[in-house]
Design a protein around this ligand. Structure first.
Ligand code: AHR
Length: 312
C-alpha cells in the first residue's frame, strides 16, 4: 500500500509540472541575451518545462511559435512581442484554447482581455528620465541631439521617443536634429552614428546622443572615437538598459547616463502564473518594473563587476 501511495504521489507531482512556451524576439542586444538566460534559469529553479523559440526578429515566426505552443497544449505562453501591432488573431486563438499569455518587456496594441498580464517598465517614463537628465546636464546651452531609435514599430522605440520628447519639452535650446533606427543592435548603432557624424560637421555640431538602448550607444561610442572625438565629453551619451558594457564605458568616461531596465521579467511573470494556476488568482494587468537612472556618480566600475556574469 505504502509503495503504491508513494508512486501515486510522484505521478501526481509529475502531472503538476507545468509547461510554458516562450516566444523570444531574438538576440539583438546584450539585454535580450540576459532576459533569455534569466528566463531559462527561473524556469529551471521552479521545475517548469520551458519550450524556447527564437523568432530572429520576425513577427511571423513568433505567431507560428505561439500556434505551435497552442497545438502542444502548453499551460502558459510568455511572449516578448517584437512589434506592437498585429497580435489580435493569435492572442484570440490562445484565449479560446484557455492558455494564459504573459507579455514580457514590450506592450501590444491589442485589447488587454487577450492576455493575463504584462510585465515591463513604463517605457515612456524611461525616455522621459533620459530627457530630463539631459535638460539638467546642459542647462541653457544650445544642444543639438541625435537619436538612435529602436526597432521600428516596437513599443520601446515608440514610447522611448515620446518620453524623451516629453522630457525636453519647453527647453527650446535642446533640439533633436537627426533621428533614425539602429534596430537595437550595436552594429547598426555604429553605422547610423557614422552617418550622423558625417552629416553634422564630422560630429562637431552634435552635443548629445540619445540611444534607445545601450548596445546602440556602445556601437555609436566606437564610431565617435573613430571620428577623432571624445564620447562622454565632446558628445554626451544617454541611453537605456544598464547593461555591463555601458557601465564600462561610463567608468572610462565615455558614457554619461543610462536608465535601467531589469532583464528579470520572468520572475514576476512566473509568480503571477503560479498564483493563477494555484487558485485562479488574476494578477494586475500591468506588473511594472523599476526604471533607475545611473550616472558616473553611481560607481559604474562596481555596477559593471556585479552585472558582468549575469548572462548579458
Ligand atoms: O524591449 C526591451 C528592449 O529590447 C531593450 O531595451 C533592448 O535592449 C532590447 O533589444
Amino acid at each position: 500500500l505504502l509503495a503504491s501511495t508513494v508512486a501515486m504521489t510522484f505521478i501526481g507531482l509529475a502531472a503538476q509540472a507545468q509547461t510554458v512556451g516562450f516566444s523570444q524576439i531574438g538576440s539583438e542586444s546584450g539585454w535580450r541575451a540576459a532576459e533569455t538566460t534569466l528566463t531559462k534559469q527561473q524556469a529551471e529553479e521552479r521545475g517548469i518545462d520551458l519550450k524556447f523559440s527564437d523568432a530572429q526578429q520576425k513577427q511571423e515566426n513568433q505567431i507560428a511559435a505561439i500556434r505551435s505552443f497552442i497545438a502542444q497544449g502548453v499551460d502558459a505562453i510568455l511572449l516578448a512581442p517584437v512589434v506592437a501591432t498585429g497580435w489580435d488573431s493569435v492572442l484570440e486563438e490562445a484565449k479560446e484554447a484557455e492558455i494564459p499569455v504573459v507579455l514580457l518587456d514590450r506592450r501590444v496594441d491589442s485589447s488587454d482581455d487577450l492576455y493575463l498580464t504584462a510585465v515591463g517598465s513604463d517605457l515612456v517614463h524611461e525616455g522621459k528620465v533620459a530627457g530630463e537628465w539631459l535638460v539638467n546636464e546642459v542647462g541653457d546651452a544650445e544642444c543639438r541631439v541625435v537619436e538612435l531609435q529602436g526597432t521600428t514599430g516596437s513599443s520601446p522605440a515608440i514610447d522611448r521617443k515620446t518620453g524623451f520628447e516629453e522630457g525636453i519639452a519647453g527647453h527650446d535650446n535642446i533640439e533633436i536634429v537627426r533621428s533614425q533606427t539602429g534596430d537595437f543592435t550595436r552594429a547598426q548603432g555604429k553605422e547610423v552614428m557614422e552617418s550622423f557624424l558625417q552629416a553634422e560637421n564630422g560630429g562637431k555640431d552634435i552635443c548629445a546622443l540619445y540611444a534607445h538602448n545601450d548596445d546602440m550607444a556602445v556601437g555609436a561610442i566606437q564610431a565617435i572615437k573613430e571620428a577623432g572625438l571624445k564620447p562622454g565629453e565632446d558628445i554626451l551619451i544617454v541611453s537605456i538598459d544598464a547593461v555591463p558594457d555601458i557601465f564600462k564605458a561610463m567608468a572610462d568616461g565615455e558614457a554619461n547616463a543610462t536608465v535601467e531596465l531589469t532583464p528579470n521579467m520572468a520572475g514576476p511573470a512566473f509568480d503571477a502564473l503560479d498564483a493563477y494556476w494555484k487558485d485562479g488568482t488574476m494578477p494586475e494587468k500591468f506588473i511594472q518594473t523599476e526604471s533607475k537612472l545611473y550616472t558616473p556618480e553611481d560607481d559604474p566600475a562596481g555596477e559593471y563587476e556585479s552585472r558582468k556574469d549575469l548572462g548579458y
